[in-house]
Design a binder for this molecule. Structure first.
Ligand code: MTE
Length: 313
C-alpha cells in the first residue's frame, strides 16, 4: 500500500530523531543490568511471557533520584521552538504565559467555560509527585512535578455520558513561536476518560517547586507517567471532553510509528529502534525499560490485553 504523504514524518523531524537515537544507542553498547529490574531483563533475554501484574515489584517503593533542574530545563522537546534539544530553552522565553486562560468544553461537558489559570490552580490543592519520564526516543529522566489532578478539573466541568475521551490543544501562535504550525496546526493530544481520571494523571504547573519554565510547557501541561513523553501536551489552551477518539499530532504525523495510547512497553519496539532499554539523561549506560514505565500496579487494569500492540504504540 502506498504511504500517504500525511504518514511521512517531516524530513527535519525524522533526521533529528535519527541523529539522537543513533547517539544514544550506538555509543553505549551493552545495556547495564540493574538487579531491581531483573524480571524484565529475563523476559527480554529469554523471551519469557510478561509477568502477571501481581508479580511485579512495587516500583513505587524504589527511591527515585530526580534529574537536576538544569538538565530538565535545558534538554527539551518543544518543536514549536525548534527541533534541537537546546532550542526550546533558548527560544521559548518569547512565550508570554501570564495572563493565560484555558477553555474547557466539548459535547461531554455540562459546565463549559473559560478559566483563568489562577482559578484552575486555586480550585485544587497543588500536589508534588516524583515520576519517571520516558520519551519515545528511548531516553529518560526523573521529574519532581508540582500540579493538580486532571480529574479535579474534569469533575468541575460536569462530565456527561458523551465524555469518552479528553482532547488537549496547545498554543500555536506564530507571533510568539518561531516554529509554530510545524505539525500543520496546534499540537493536539488525547486520553480516554478513564486515563484522564486516573489519580496519577496531572496538569503540571511547576517543577522542583518553581513555576514551569516556558520550555517545559508553562504555564500548564499534561503529565501521564506511564505513557511516552509525546503525550505530555505543553502550554495547554483547551481541554475538551469528547465522544470520538482525538487525532493526536504524532499519530497524524506518522501513523505507522506513533499511536494514540503510547503506553511504555519494553516488549514492543519502535519500528526504527529498541524500546527495551533507555538512556538515563546524565548517567552512563542504559537501563531496562519498565512495563508502563513502572506504574503497572496503578494502570494495568485499564488495558485488558498486555499482548495487544495497539495499547503500546
Ligand atoms: N508539546 C508541544 N506543544 N510541542 C511539542 O513539540 N513535545 C512532546 C511533549 N509535549 C511537544 C509537546 C515530546 S515529544 C516530549 S518527549 C515532551 O513534551 C518533552 O517534555 P520536556 O521537554 O519537558 O522534557
Amino acid at each position: 500500500m502506498p504511504i500517504e504523504s500525511s504518514e511521512i514524518t517531516p524530513e527535519k523531524v525524522y533526521k533529528r530523531r535519527r541523529i539522537l537515537i543513533a547517539a544514544g544507542v550506538g555509543v553505549l553498547g551493552v545495556p547495564l543490568i540493574d538487579k531491581a529490574y531483573g524480571i524484565f531483563q529475563e523476559k527480554q533475554d529469554g523471551q519469557m511471557p510478561f509477568p502477571k501484574v501481581s508479580e511485579l515489584p512495587n516500583e513505587q517503593s524504589q527511591p527515585l533520584v530526580p534529574t537536576p533542574y538544569e538538565t530538565i530545563t535545558s534538554y527539551n522537546n518543544y518543536y514549536e521552538f525548534g527541533f534541537g534539544k537546546d532550542d526550546p530553552s533558548k527560544a521559548a522565553k518569547t512565550l508570554t504565559t501570564s495572563p493565560w486562560s484555558v477553555e474547557i468544553g466539548g459535547e461531554g461537558a455540562d459546565k463549559p467555560g473559560i478559566y483563568d489559570i489562577a482559578d484552575i490552580k486555586g480550585e485544587s490543592a497543588i500536589e508534588n509527585h516524583i515520576y519517571r519520564f520516558r520519551c519515545v526516543e528511548a531516553w529518560s529522566m526523573v521529574i519532581p512535578w508540582n500540579g493538580i489532578k486532571l480529574s479535579e478539573v474534569i469533575k468541575s466541568a460536569l462530565p456527561n455520558s458523551k465524555a469518552k475521551y479528553v482532547r488537549f490543544t496547545t498554543i500555536n501562535d506564530p507571533q510568539q513561536m518561531p516554529n509554530a504550525g510545524w505539525a500543520g496546526g496546534p499540537y493536539v493530544e488525547g486520553l480516554t476518560i478513564e486515563e484522564a481520571m486516573n489519580p496519577l494523571t496531572l496538569l503540571s504547573t511547576g517543577i522542583y517547586d518553581k513555576p514551569l519554565e516556558q520550555q517545559n510547557g508553562a504555564p500548564i501541561r499534561l503529565v501521564v507517567p506511564w505513557k511516552y513523553g509525546f503525550k505530555y501536551a505543553k502550554s495547554i489552551v483547551k481541554i475538551e471532553l469528547v465522544e470520538k477518539i482525538p487525532q493526536n499530532t504524532w499519530w497524524l504525523q506518522n501513523k505507522r510509528e506513533y499511536g494514540f495510547y503510547a503506553n511504555v512497553n519494553p516488549k514492543f519496539n519502535h519500528p526504527r529502534w529498541t524500546q527495551a532499554t533507555e538512556r538515563v539523561i546524565g548517567e552512563l549506560g542504559r537501563k531496562p525499560t519498565l512495563l508502563y514505565n513502572g506504574y503497572a500496579q496503578e494502570v494495568a487494569h485499564m488495558y485488558p490485553d498486555v499482548e495487544n500492540r495497539l495499547y503500546f504504540f
